[in-house]
Design a protein around this ligand. Structure first.
Ligand code: FE2
Length: 133
């Protein structure tokens, strides 16, 4: 059995290094995604975990390459980074494709009918609302 929360959480922490705000944001989103999963029938738990922890992973490369980041550039840069990180731990390839699609669509109108995408958007919304206070 694999401990995906721990393994992907470790990838996230290693990748974001000292950027604790982003690391904590991802764990908060995972917490709410775990909690709300019961309301989104048909979700694959492994996809939910990977998408929640890595949904904003494109921020760092966007900032390095462009000097800024926003929803659109997160969607642009995130999928490839997530794909590389997940390949390194042999996360199931067919699930990685879905995780990448979710990351590439989490700030724009849904182009996929994945329940995991709607769940991630709901969890991210809750956390973003909390963090604005
Ligand atoms: Fe987020």
């Amino acid at each position: 059995m694999r401990y995906w929360r721990a393994e992907i959480g470790r990838l996230l922490i290693d990748y974001f290094e000292q950027d604790n705000r982003r690391i904590e944001h991802a764990f908060r989103v995972l917490h709410h995604a775990d909690r709300l999963m019961v309301d989104y029938p048909g979700c694959d738990e492994e996809i939910v975990i990977a998408a929640a922890l890595l949904h904003d992973i494109g921020i760092k490369l966007s900032e390095t390459e462009l000097g800024y980041q926003d929803g659109a550039t997160q969607e642009e840069y995130g999928p490839a980074v997530a794909g590389e990180l997940l390949a390194a731990i042999e996360f199931p390839a067919e699930k990685t494709e879905i995780v990448k699609n979710i990351i590439g669509n989490h700030h724009s109108p849904s182009r996929y009918d994945y329940p995991e995408l709607e769940l991630l958007k709901a969890a991210d919304l809750i956390v973003n609302r909390d963090e604005k206070v």
